[in-house]
Design a protein. Structure first.
Lengths: 259, 255
């Protein structure tokens, strides 16, 4: 599904974050990305989203090179992703409105996208209800809790029927119960729509709970990816499980080795 | 935070103003300050006739100037706000030109453009242009990187970003800048209308009434000009309140 082919990326006047970095992510997989701050976690996400271009190499998605944001990829950022002046419903409808604005040009909007004005309202209502936001549809982001804002961002992405979901620290600013509910929600959505998901996090437990595989990034230039297979993610209640704790210890050791 | 309705507060202000005017007229007791009891009925009569035409001419000039200023300042501000290199190049120039009182350019503009409606509109537009361009630039430059990234990830290119992000983000600031500069715009209109025109409140006040000592009529003109400023101010203020709804709301219950 996602094929990162020997990319190199550096910000201006800074050492490379990635050099001939290769990675493949299978359809329907959840990849958790963990690492110290400044290691390029978020940069990797922007690269996968097509928002940044690699200096060398290329990223292919479904065999096609990625040279601009792909309409079927959903990106959910930690905060600041919602329009502060628009209501929850208007924010959730933004992606569909942008698609109608361009029409099915194959570039900003998939070619098979149907421009039906009723469709926008229908989809927005469905996802707001699905994510428990129906009662908040006329509120503004500033009136919401962080968890509600995060759910609004998820609703906005899901209205676009994505096949890839990229999430940057989606649960880190939330309290534990809210964060667990949202993790469960993402797992459910992923199963339902066979979403290929990349979750960036700095929390070890989150990575172990969510990821089919865990990618550990280092603060120096990343060349070969350190990938850890993670069978723990399928466990129903992993926090009591000895394997879960062992895996966490594992990842922690790996992270300490790198810093 | 509510202390009576805005309308009640407005009427209160009008009443206080009229009482002060009455008192001042009684105290000074000279033709140069007629009582509102003389001026107000006269204003009503004149406004339905000749004064109304002067009012329309002035209102048309200010509105055209506002339109011209917004239509040029918003794209300029957006361009500067989105391109730091361009902004670095022009920032020193803007910093110097912005505080110059543009009214001093009146003779230059008259010579270059002729004493026409267009030159009057241009002068007023020039005055409104700078504050609007600067706030639009700052709003555009201050947008959060993550917000732009996530809207771009939804498929937005340059045009959609403009329509769904930059425009709504800078609109409140445009209106604030406009509201603050309306006073100056009307003041400049007053001066600009004194030369070679036949319709306009400035002409009416100075040439048709003041110079021929028709003081009550002059006050009717002054009221007209005040009304123009007031209407523009409150129209912009009303728009501001509407689009700034999200800034005046209380936080909802957390979940």
């Amino acid at each position: 599904m996602i094929d990162v082919r020997a990319i190199t990326f550096a910000y201006r006047d800074q050492p490379s974050l990635f050099e001939t970095f290769r990675l493949t992510i299978a359809r329907g997989e959840i990849l958790a990305v963990i690492g110290p701050s400044g290691c390029g976690k978020t940069t990797l996400l922007y690269l996968l989203a097509g928002l940044y271009r690699p200096g060398r190499g290329a990223i292919h998605i479904d065999g096609r090179p990625l040279d601009r944001p792909r309409p079927e990829t959903g990106l959910i950022l930690q905060d600041h992703g919602l329009l502060p002046w628009a209501t929850v419903a208007a924010n959730a409808a933004l992606g569909l409105k942008i698609r109608r604005f361009y029409g099915p040009d194959g570039k900003h909007t998939p070619r098979d996208f149907e421009i039906d004005p009723g469709l926008v309202e229908e989809k927005v209502t469905y996802w707001l209800e699905r994510l428990g936001l129906a009662a908040l549809r006329n509120q503004f982001p500033g009136q919401l809790s962080r968890g509600q804002r995060q759910r609004t961002a998820i609703a906005r992405t899901m209205t676009l029927d994505p096949d890839i979901l990229l999430m940057d620290e989606p649960f880190s600013a939330l309290d534990a119960p809210t964060s667990e509910r949202l993790q469960q929600l993402v797992l459910t959505l992923k199963r339902e729509s066979d979403l290929t998901t990349v979750i960036v996090t700095h929390r070890i437990e989150e990575a172990v709970r969510m990821g089919d595989r865990i990618l550990v990034l280092a603060r120096e230039t990343n060349r070969t990816p350190r990938l850890v297979e993670n069978p723990c993610s399928v466990l129903a209640n992993p926090s009591d499980d000895p394997d879960f704790s062992r895996q966490c210890t594992n990842i922690r050791a790996l992270l300490e080795e790198l810093t | 935070m509510k202390s009576g309705s805005p309308l009640a507060s407005f009427l209160n202000g009008v009443a206080m103003f009229l009482i002060l005017w009455l008192a001042a007229a009684a105290l000074i007791n000279r033709p140069i300050l007629p009582s509102p009891l003389t001026v107000l009925p006269l204003f009503g009569r004149l406004f339905l006739a000749e004064l109304g035409l002067h009012f329309l001419a002035s209102a048309g000039r200010v509105l055209a100037a506002i339109l011209l200023a917004v239509a040029t300042a918003v794209p300029a501000g957006l361009a500067l706000g989105q391109m730091p290199a361009l902004n670095r190049l022009f920032a020193p120039l803007i910093a110097i030109v912005y505080p110059i009182p543009k009214i001093v350019l009146l003779p230059v503009i008259y010579v270059l453009m002729g004493i026409t409606d267009l030159s009057k509109i241009f002068l007023i537009a020039l005055i409104i242009f700078f504050p609007i361009m600067v706030v639009v630039r700052d709003e555009a430059a201050g947008l959060h990187h993550d917000l732009l990234m996530s809207v771009r990830s939804l498929g937005a290119g340059r045009r959609a970003l403009f329509r769904y992000v930059y425009l709504p983000a800078s609109l409140p600031a445009v209106l604030t800048a406009l509201r603050v500069s309306i006073g100056t715009a009307v003041a400049v209109l007053f001066i600009a209308e004194q030369s070679l025109t036949t319709y306009g409140l400035g002409y009416y006040i100075v040439v048709e009434t003041y110079q021929v000592l028709l003081y009550p009529q002059m006050y009717a003109g002054i009221l007209g000009m005040s009304l123009l400023g007031l209407l523009l101010y409150f129209a912009v203020y009303g728009m501001e309140r509407r689009i700034n709804r999200h800034r005046h709301l209380e936080k909802g219950p957390a979940s």
